[in-house]
Design a protein around this ligand. Structure first.
Ligand SMILES: NC(=O)c1ccc[n+]([C@@H]2O[C@H](COP(=O)([O-])OP(=O)(O)OC[C@H]3O[C@@H](n4cnc5c(N)ncnc54)[C@H](O)[C@@H]3O)[C@@H](O)[C@H]2O)c1
Length: 360
């Protein structure tokens, strides 16, 4: 019997979740969104039969549900995940896992108590480049990764002004928590070592400047809040002696949007990268997956060719959730890893506020 899933949240990401779940053979039986018109529109677009404006009613009225996917503003990730887990449903939740590590701890405990799967949409782990790189890492080609540089930098990428993204009480923060993908991917490549210390600084320049707005057509909200950072830079050490530095920005004077993890291993260095084009994913965009070694006295660069994946693993990641529930694949991420990541983000905000290194 196929896995039965409901989608909570009718925003743009729902399309990737729906495609991925269906590609993996699951049935999408319901969609819930507090905005009825948005729910009906999305349900019609994705061919989903039942629509709810209340998640409680959906959980009550659709008892055959196995799982939910949570695609709503960050503030509601933890409460909805806790509600679904307590109702005995598996949960696939959009990133960031939660607003902070405290919430993530509650989610982890609820999943354990309910004996249900809790996974997050760290979709960049499901990119063909990341699968390929992980193969090399697991085969021992890279050796131990000593250091890693994680970047998601935008020049003009503020997701609207005054909406939930720029309101700390709804989002938890700016790009540090929103564009956490490359920090996660770097940690994944490094084996998710235990973090020891973080030293970070955030910057608010440009966060109210409309010249730095992103191209996604997100409407601005007059008198809404813009109380999040525009940029964050930081350095994390681990109890293993490994290190990771990060640069994330919505608005910073960068040449072009870059999404990358670069690492230095004891046997090889490497990089997974997307350079966006001028107009998002136009012909000037470049995806790369590379390994760097010294062989026979020469520098050797290996370019690993994988099929292009415009959605950056978003479809494949949703497929992995279904396959993980059905025991066909290992889950691409775990609650322990999500908690570790949230501790680093909490620590980075604390370090920026106190201007001191923070022990994790
Ligand atoms: N993985 C990725 O690449 C990626 C990309 C974009 C957004 N996201 C994440 O997806 C989530 C949603 O972002 P978005 O851009 O789609 O937001 P959005 O504002 O476009 O849509 C969110 C939807 O959730 C609904 N909603 C709000 N609170 C709700 C609640 N309590 N119960 C039910 N529905 C509720 C809203 O009515 C809205 O339709 C965020 O956590 C964001 O970080 C992930």
């Amino acid at each position: 019997m196929s896995t039965k899933i409901a989608i909570i949240g009718a925003g743009g990401m729902a399309a990737y979740h729906a495609t991925g779940f269906r590609n993996a053979g699951a049935d999408i039986v319901a969609l819930a969104d507090v905005n009825q018109a948005a729910a009906e529109r999305a349900a019609a677009k994705h061919g989903i039969g039942r629509v709810f404006t209340s998640v409680s009613e959906m959980l009550r009225d659709v008892p055959e549900l196995d799982a939910v996917s949570i695609i709503v503003p960050n503030k509601y990730h933890a409460p909805l995940a806790l509600q679904a887990l307590k109702a005995g449903k598996h949960v696939f939740c959009e990133k960031p896992p939660a607003m902070n590590a405290r919430e993530m701890t509650q989610m982890q405990a609820a999943a354990k108590a309910a004996k249900r799967t809790l996974m997050f949409n760290f979709n960049n782990r499901a990119r063909p480049e990341s699968y390929a790189m992980m193969d090399y890492i697991q085969q021992g080609v890279v050796g131990r990764i000593n250091s890693c540089q994680a970047k998601w930098i935008r020049r003009t990428g503020i997701p609207g002004f005054g909406g939930w993204f720029t309101t700390k009480a709804l989002s938890g923060g700016g790009p540090l928590i929103d564009l956490l993908h490359m920090v996660d991917l770097g940690l994944y490549f490094m084996g998710y070592p235990e973090p020891a210390h973080v030293l970070a600084q955030t910057f608010n320049d440009h966060i109210t400047d409309k010249n730095f707005k992103g191209p996604w057509g997100i409407p601005d909200v007059a008198k809404g809040a813009t109380d999040v950072e525009a940029t964050a830079h930081g350095f994390v050490t681990f109890t293993t002696g490994q290190t990771l530095s990060f640069q994330v920005s919505w608005a910073e004077m960068n040449k072009r949007e870059e999404v990358s993890v670069v690492f230095q291993g004891t046997k090889a260095g490497g990089m997974v990268q997307r350079l966006f084009g001028l107009d998002g994913l136009d012909h000037t965009a470049i995806d790369a997956c590379e390994l760097y070694t010294q062989d026979n006295g020469r520098s050797v660069n290996r370019s690993i060719i994988v099929p292009p994946d415009e959605p950056m693993g978003r479809v494949r990641s949703a497929m992995n959730f279904v396959y993980a529930l059905e025991g066909k694949e290992k889950p691409l991420n775990t609650p322990d890893q999500a908690l570790s990541l949230m501790k680093i983000i909490d620590g980075a905000y604390k370090s920026a506020a106190t201007k001191k290194p923070v022990a994790l």
